[in-house]
Design a protein around this ligand. Structure first.
Ligand SMILES: Cc1cc2nc3c(=O)[nH]c(=O)nc-3n(C[C@H](O)[C@H](O)[C@H](O)COP(=O)(O)OP(=O)(O)OC[C@H]3O[C@@H](n4cnc5c(N)ncnc54)[C@H](O)[C@@H]3O)c2cc1C
Length: 304
């Protein structure tokens, strides 16, 4: 049997614990993602504040492989899990502060909590994010949005605080390139995001949020574990429609199945493994290429 590299030793665990970190060994990753798929991570560490984060980075830098996870709504973990440390931001990283029309929030804050804060403070401009699960950090990393008009999270960002190479940096939005479901924020940890919003005059934000939620509930399989859209929409095409016209809606491998409701969603019918999903992804790519000569590119992040 392969010998695992136990990276963090007892003393380091003691240091991190004393700083408020919660450290779990051999933690099943299926518990930490919306797909409910994934084997164990060597370590799963919850980090409560910047002081602990900096200490963690000092300890692991140059030695250990780590992966920063948000709410796990856009990832597929491997069945073998992750040989390294999965990092999750909690406590201080879930807080927000409002000043006039600016919201400053932690990278670990849920999008749904950010929307509650905007409602409470009569701020508008992010209603289209309603129904997108996950954290602010994950949303900014992948420039989450609907793809309609300017409905990308990057549109309302002012600046971002990140940790990169043990250094804290505040970067203004203009200095970051955002694209369709991507940003150039690679190899960094997004700890804070500063948004500039508008004052809500009509007070119709809640109505907009409810409408967006209702639309999603009708068109997306919210009742089954999934990871959102599996593929990016190729230029000029809708990935879900291509998959549907290729006759793949409902196609099943093991316990993974192309949703009957939305062609671009794969659902876990209970007990699906990553290998099932990967087979299905390959099959979809192959059939769509064969039928429409279009190459599909995955949107979800595969982590191994
Ligand atoms: C039902 C459903 C509907 C969805 N609809 C949409 C939609 O309409 N539009 C859309 O854009 N997405 C959608 N998604 C995908 C997903 O919800 C978003 O991409 C979300 O923003 C991911 O956030 P997360 O916290 O879950 O990130 P994760 O899935 O945990 O991580 C995604 C990526 O972000 C990185 N990351 C996470 N946190 C940080 C951080 N603090 N610093 C640096 N990197 C970080 C991770 O390393 C990973 O590479 C949907 C998903 C589901 C399940």
């Amino acid at each position: 049997m392969e010998k695992r590299r136990r990276i963090i030793d007892y003393n380091l665990i003691k240091i991190l614990s004393s700083l408020g970190c919660k450290i779990l060994r051999d933690e099943l990753l299926l518990k930490h993602c919306s797909f409910k798929i994934g084997g164990p991570a060597d370590f799963f560490i919850e980090i409560p504040n910047e002081c602990a984060l900096l200490e963690f980075l000092k300890i692991v830098s140059g030695f250990d492989k780590y992966y920063i996870l948000g709410k796990g709504t856009n990832v597929l973990f491997s069945d073998e899990g992750y040989r390294g440390i999965v990092v999750y931001l909690t406590e201080d990283f879930k807080k927000s502060y409002v000043f006039e029309n600016q919201i400053s929030c932690g990278g670990g804050m849920l999008i749904s909590d950010l929307l509650k804060t905007t409602l409470k403070n009569n701020l508008t401009g992010l209603e289209y994010l309603a129904g997108i699960p996950g954290t602010v950090g994950g949303a900014v990393y992948g420039n989450a949005g609907t793809g309609i008009k300017n409905e990308w999270i990057s549109t309302s960002i002012n600046s971002i605080e990140i940790y990169k190479n043990l250094e804290k940096q505040l970067i203004s939005k203009e200095k970051i390139r955002f694209g369709y479901r991507e940003s150039e924020l690679e190899d960094c940890i997004i700890t804070k995001v500063n948004f500039s919003l508008e004052r809500s005059i009509k007070n119709d934000s809640l109505e907009k949020i409810c409408k967006n939620m209702q639309k999603r509930l009708k068109t997306q399989p919210f009742n089954m574990p999934n990871a959102g859209s599996i593929f990016k929409n190729p230029s000029g095409f809708n990935a879900g429609k291509l998959i549907e016209y290729a006759g793949l809606k409902g196609k099943r491998i093991g316990f993974a199945q192309v949703s009957e409701l939305h062609g671009n969603f794969i659902i876990n019918r209970g007990g699906a493994i990553a290998k099932d999903v990967l087979y299905l992804i390959d099959l979809i790519k192959e059939k769509v290429k064969e039928k429409f000569n279009v190459n599909l590119e995955t949107e979800i992040k595969m982590i191994r």
